[in-house]
Design a protein around this ligand. Structure first.
Ligand SMILES: O=P(O)(O)O[C@H]1O[C@H](CO)[C@@H](O)[C@H]1O
Ligand SMILES: O=c1cc[nH]c(=O)[nH]1
Length: 262
C-alpha cells in the first residue's frame, strides 16, 4: 500500500495523533503533560482514551452533555505545532491550552490561574507559518469564558501577556548546570514589559489558531514563582481546579458561540 509523504494517513488516521474524523470533539483542551488527560476520567461522562502515541494522549467524553476532547501536546513548539495542525485537520473549532506556568512577580501566588491574552512568540515553530511581527493573541470569546469560569469557581486569576518560549532553562533565565548564559537577565527585562508569566506552548497555539480562524485560548495553573523562587511541590490540586474551570468555560463557549449542543 502506498502512503502519501506529503499528507500521510494510516487507515484514515493522522500520523502523530493517530486519530480519525469523529474521534475528537469540536472543542479540545490541550495540556502539555499526557498525564493530565487522565484527570478527565473523573470529571467527564463517557470518557474514553481514543489514542495514545508518543507524547500525544487523546481522550473524548462529555461534560454537562457537551462533547469535549483532551489532547496532550508534549513540551514546546514543535510537538505542539503537530498537535494543533492535526487537531484542526480533524475538525477542531476551539483549542484551549490547560498548562502549567512560572510567574514573574510575587503578587501572583503558586496555585493561582493565569489567562493569556497574548504571547511573545519565542517558541520557534510558528515562525514557519507567519513572521514574528504577526501577533499571537487569544480569542476574546475564550478569554471571557475563562474569566467567567474562574469567577464562578471563586478562583484567584490573573490575565496578561505571556512569554511563550522554546526553552525551560536558559530561555527562561535559569542557570543550566550551574552556568548562566548570555540572557540570564531576561526576567528583569520581561518584568519591564509587563509580561506576567513564562510557559512553552501558548504562542504556537494562538498563532496557528488565528491563521486557521478557530477559537483559541490558554489558562495555566501557577507552578513556580520566579521572584520568590517557590516551586509548587504538589500541583495536582491546582491542576484539577484548572481542569474544572476549563470545562466550565467549554460549556460557556458552546452556549455563547457554538451551536453543537448534544
Ligand atoms: O504543564 P505543561 O502544560 O506541560 O506546561 C509547562 O510545563 C512544561 C515545562 O515543565 C512546559 O510544557 C510548560 O509550558
Ligand atoms: O517556570 C515554569 C514552570 C512551568 N512551566 C514553565 O515553562 N516554566
Amino acid at each position: 500500500m502506498e502512503i502519501s509523504a506529503e499528507n500521510p494517513r494510516f487507515e484514515g488516521k493522522v500520523p502523530h495523533l493517530m486519530c480519525k474524523e469523529g474521534d475528537i470533539a469540536e472543542v479540545v483542551l490541550i495540556p502539555g503533560d499526557p498525564a493530565r488527560v487522565n484527570m478527565f476520567q473523573d470529571l467527564c461522562d463517557d470518557f474514553r482514551i481514543v489514542a495514545s502515541n508518543r507524547e500525544y494522549t487523546i481522550g473524548t467524553g462529555k461534560y454537562q452533555g457537551y462533547p469535549v476532547s483532551i489532547c496532550s501536546t508534549g513540551i514546546g513548539g514543535p510537538s505542539t505545532e503537530i498537535a494543533v495542525i492535526e487537531l484542526i485537520e480533524l475538525g477542531a473549532k476551539a483549542l484551549i491550552r490547560i498548562g502549567g506556568t512560572g510567574v514573574l512577580t510575587s503578587e501572583i501566588k503558586c496555585g493561582d490561574m493565569v489567562i493569556t491574552t497574548g504571547s511573545m512568540r519565542l517558541g520557534g515553530s510558528s515562525s514557519f507559518y507567519a513572521p514574528v511581527e504577526y501577533p499571537a493573541v487569544a480569542s476574546f470569546e475564550v478569554i471571557h469564558c475563562l474569566i467567567d469560569a474562574c469567577k464562578n469557581r471563586g478562583s484567584n486569576y490573573w490575565k496578561g501577556i505571556s512569554a511563550s518560549v522554546g526553552s525551560f532553562f536558559a530561555g527562561q533565565g535559569r542557570t543550566a548546570i550551574g552556568k548562566k548564559f548570555y540572557n540570564s537577565d531576561l526576567i528583569e527585562k520581561y518584568r519591564k514589559l509587563n509580561i506576567i508569566n513564562m510557559e512553552m506552548e501558548s504562542e504556537t497555539i494562538l498563532t496557528l489558531g488565528n491563521l486557521f480562524g478557530i477559537f483559541t485560548g490558554s489558562i495555566c495553573a501557577v507552578h513556580a514563582n520566579r521572584e520568590t523562587d517557590e516551586w509548587l511541590y504538589d500541583f495536582s490540586p491546582a491542576q484539577k481546579q484548572m481542569c474544572m474551570i476549563a470545562l466550565d468555560a467549554v460549556v460557556l463557549l458552546y452556549n455563547r458561540y457554538l451551536s453543537n449542543e448534544d
